[in-house]
Design a protein around this ligand. Structure first.
Ligand SMILES: Nc1ncnc2c1ncn2[C@@H]1O[C@H](COP(=O)(O)OP(=O)(O)OP(=O)(O)O)[C@@H](O)[C@H]1O
Ligand SMILES: [Mg+2]
Length: 482
């Protein structure tokens, strides 16, 4: 078994890792860290939630020098991910005194320019905003020793390729380049190898593309039923934290509105929501102020929020890779998670394609009945009561309880209490704008190698803008999309 001390790390990094509370390296860390430490270019592929950030973070931080200015660059497809990666690198880098600054669109650029005066050694950036800084000469990349593309396939796929090439052209050729993702379609790998030097492919072998600790279900449901099915499931399962993925921004807004009408604490996140609000939603979701985050695919990649027990694909994702990443927001670091995908009858073929690519069958679940919901709500009440008992938090009510029990039998009193505390299923009518089902295209040979599906055309708006809205105001060529 590999341990962190087998890597021959500096004492600072060794200490940093033990401060993180990591007892042993995950498989991708065990395989990737030694290769990256040797200075080799590398493509790292391992399932979601298995510690890829630390797999590149440790060698990256090991190579940083306190004195030399910006020497490390991590690129990420979304703003939230850039922030998260910077936070993790700062946690690990603290012992050595290495600072990482997140650079992302939607945040005041002058504030970023001021923060750059603190001389960070690493930048974790979204491509668009980084290019703004390069154009303004507020960031220079001529000292960069190592570049990491986190969620590389996504960035190359979604039309960031020109941006990436532009950024890489500013970085000395002797640099080391690392690519990480849970998915790496072959054609993207081929594309990536163009700007790498003889890269080593480090792939954690697994039978399935998804981790086994996520239980995967699907429900066959007509478009019109979906919302009721969602709230029934929420009632039955009382998730600690849940992410609901919708296909478009409008869809996300409508689902949030519906959930709030039915009394759930939910907020949405997508590319048209101002960044300060997006940051707030993530904060409130992390601290449990809201229990449900409704999102487009902008939240599908990389986000590591502990406590996400459930993922609901309110709309089936466009492609298998998106499915893998979306459900990977739960079941992280060995924890258990549940994933539900809603499929309309005409989308069943599309579901099959996803299953073929992920090599994992989803289990069919029946549509929950009214009775199931009542039972679920009762169980939720009982759990709450048990928690109060566990916390020994009821002494003020003891006398009242004793006096009630003098006149009425205990079962009657308790049943009435349960009734009072149990949420009745809320049937406030909610009407969503219908979305067209996703049409499948039978996979020809090598499905994963073909360009992304034609379905994307219609949703160009939400995917494109979500990913590229951090480019600032300059007019750049739109992404190539079929
Ligand atoms: N060696 C380790 N031991 C225990 N926990 C770890 C270890 N390494 C990382 N983790 C934790 O595992 C969680 C997932 O890590 P991380 O976000 O890096 O996953 P990932 O592989 O990048 O996933 P994704 O593909 O979704 O981006 C984090 O909370 C991280 O702190
Ligand atoms: Mg990651």
């Amino acid at each position: 078994m590999t341990t962190f001390s087998d890597f021959g790390l500096s004492s600072e990094l060794q200490k940093a890792v033990s401060n993180m509370g990591f007892e042993e390296p995950t498989p991708i860390q065990a395989q990737a860290i030694p290769i990256a430490l040797q200075g080799r270019d590398m493509i790292g592929q391992a399932q979601t939630g298995t510690g890829k950030t630390t797999a590149f973070g440790v060698p990256l931080l090991e190579k940083m020098d306190l004195q030399e200015g910006i020497q490390g660059l991590v690129l990420a497809p979304t703003r939230e991910l850039a922030v998260q990666v910077a936070e993790e690198l700062n946690r690990i880098g603290q012992v050595k005194g290495i600072r990482t600054l997140p650079i992302y669109g939607g945040q005041d650029i002058n504030r970023q320019i001021r923060s750059l005066k603190n001389r960070p050694q690493i930048i974790a950036a979204t491509p668009g905003r980084l290019i703004d800084h390069l154009d303004r000469r507020t960031i220079r990349l001529n000292n960069i020793k190592m570049v990491v593309l986190d969620e590389a396939d996504e960035m190359l796929n979604m039309g960031f390729i020109e941006d990436i090439e532009r950024i890489l052209s500013d970085i000395p050729e002797e640099r080391q380049t690392l690519l990480f993702s849970a998915t790496m379609p072959k054609r993207i790998q081929t594309l990536a190898e163009k700007f790498m030097k003889n890269p080593e492919l480090v792939k954690v072998k697994a039978k399935e593309m998804t981790v086994t600790n996520i239980e995967q279900f699907y429900l066959e449901t007509h478009e019109k039923q979906k919302f009721d099915v969602l709230t029934s499931l929420l009632d039955i399962e009382s998730p600690e934290l849940a992410i609901v993925f919708g296909r478009t921004k409008k869809r996300v807004d409508e689902v949030v509105e519906g959930l709030i009408k039915r009394g759930y604490s939910a907020e949405g996140i997508h590319g048209d929501i101002p960044q300060s609000k997006r940051d707030q939603v993530i904060r409130r979701f992390k601290d449990g102020t809201i229990e449900i985050m409704v999102a487009t695919d902008v939240a599908a990649r990389g986000l590591d929020i502990s406590g996400v027990s459930h993922v609901y694909n309110f709309d089936i994702p466009q492609d298998p890779e998106s499915y893998v990443h979306r459900i990977g927001r739960t079941g992280r670091a060995g924890k258990k998670g549940l994933a539900y995908t809603f499929v309309s009858p005409r989308e069943l073929d599309h579901l099959k394609i996803i299953e073929q690519v992920t090599k994992k069958k989803m289990v069919k679940k029946p549509i929950p009945s009214y009775k199931d919901v009542i039972a679920g709500n009762q169980e939720a009440t009982i759990n709450k009561i048990m928690k109060v008992i566990e916390n020994n938090d009821y002494s003020d009510y003891k006398r009242a309880a004793e006096s009630l029990l003098e006149d009425i039998d205990s079962v009657t009193v308790l049943a009435a209490t349960l009734k009072l505390l149990t949420k009745e299923p809320d049937v406030t009518p909610i009407k969503l704008t219908a979305v067209e089902p996703i049409r499948s295209r039978k996979p020809k040979s090598g499905f994963r190698d073909r360009p992304r599906s034609n379905d994307r055309g219609r949703s160009k708006d939400f995917r494109g803008k979500d990913r590229r809205d951090d480019r600032g105001s300059r007019n750049r060529k739109p992404a190539k999309q079929k």
